[in-house]
Unconditional design. Structure first.
Length: 113
């Protein structure tokens, strides 16, 4: 992303995975913040400890300077819930980093409002 010139900046995705639904919204703002509303059952999926999901996204948010909201309003299968989150994040990030020809410079309202 470099200096973030020309990127869309915001991304969102509502992603179904069978019976589970995940909503991921992000802002590549330079300000790190994580909102995590996902009641993921505490189990292991292979070698992955599911309670590390929130820790992973918190560290990602802090290290990247990204505001990130993750919501899973419902789901039964732990694998589907986490898969929806990770795939939703990938899609939202792809949208946010895409070059937008309408954006000149860095998308910001600082100094304009």
């Amino acid at each position: 992303m470099g200096d973030k010139v020309g990127i869309h900046r915001y991304g969102s995705m509502l992603l179904p995975m069978d019976e589970a639904l995940a909503e991921v919204i992000l802002d590549i703002s330079g300000r790190s913040y994580l909102v995590w509303h996902a009641d993921i059952p505490r189990v292991s999926l292979g070698l992955f400890d599911t309670e590390m999901g929130e820790d992973f996204f918190r560290a990602l948010s802090v290290q990247s300077g990204m505001t990130l909201h993750i919501n899973v309003p419902y789901g039964r299968n732990t694998h589907h819930m986490l898969e929806a989150i990770f795939k939703g994040f990938g899609r939202a990030l792809s949208e946010a980093v895409a070059i937008d020809p309408r954006v000149h410079g860095i998308m910001s309202s600082k100094g304009a409002l």
